[in-house]
Ligand binder design. Structure first.
Ligand code: DC
Length: 219
């Protein structure tokens, strides 16, 4: 079974997709982690992530892998588990930048498709329903009002002990959504056959119920 969940920053894709995968007894894959890992790897290896040519030329030296430990996804690059270093605001912007390069998207395509071929999966990202899994059994476009998404992201960062301001989180989120939606290659957009799920005002449980009911109706 392949379930594609796309949507903008902070729509709750990862937490909702993870819980739906758990209830369905299938695997969850967070594809944003791959772009984050490439961006962070570049930054840690003195490659300018804002220079497309520099990033493209270094790709042959990078071997990203997705591994599951007790069902939890880890991203490994060249043997180094980078998972704990990819959740910072800086990593978000690096991921958004490198994900706009066609070379990076082509580089990560097979890894994502192979994973979905080997596992029944709930996969979240920006182009899963449009590009990665065009024949997915269920496609959902998850969204919510941008202030509410920023509030959720802000609280998540505060809980992790980050020193952030709400206005900065909102500005970053809007900047990232604009970049992700306007890029030439595989932009964030709702697939023609995706179902729109707006979670504005929902509790987490209500959102999970909404997505589970869409999945159950479709399968
Ligand atoms: O889902 P996320 O916030 O971890 O994603 C980080 C960035 O990666 C996001 O700004 C856009 C990019 N991305 C993408 O282009 N395609 C995907 N399938 C997943 C993420």
């Amino acid at each position: 079974m392949q379930i594609a969940i796309d949507g903008p920053v902070g729509a709750g894709k990862s937490t909702i997709a993870k819980e739906c995968a758990r209830r369905l007894g299938i695997v969850y894959m967070d594809t944003g982690a791959l772009y984050r890992a490439v961006g962070v790897w570049c930054s840690e290896n003195s490659i300018d992530a804002y220079n497309e040519e520099a990033v493209t030329s270094v790709l042959p030296k990078i071997s990203p892998e997705i591994k599951l430990f007790d069902g939890v996804q880890r991203v490994i690059i060249n043997g180094d588990d980078i998972t704990d270093r990819i959740r910072t605001p800086e990593a978000s912007m690096l991921a958004s930048k490198v994900s706009s390069y066609g070379s990076v998207r082509a580089f990560l395509l097979d890894l994502q498709r192979d994973f979905a071929a080997k596992n029944s999966v709930v996969m979240d990202g920006r182009d899963i329903g449009t590009v990665i899994l065009p024949n997915a059994d269920v496609k959902i476009f998850l969204s919510a009002d941008s202030k509410e998404r920023a509030r959720r992201r802000y609280e998540e960062l505060l809980n992790k002990g980050a020193d952030v301001k709400f206005d900065d989180v909102l500005a970053d989120l809007e900047k990232r959504d604009a970049a992700d939606s306007s890029r030439a290659c595989a932009p964030l957009k709702q697939a023609d056959d995706a179902i729109l799920a707006d979670t504005t005002g929902n509790t987490f449980e209500q959102s999970v119920e909404l997505i589970m009911s869409i999945i159950q109706n479709k399968t």
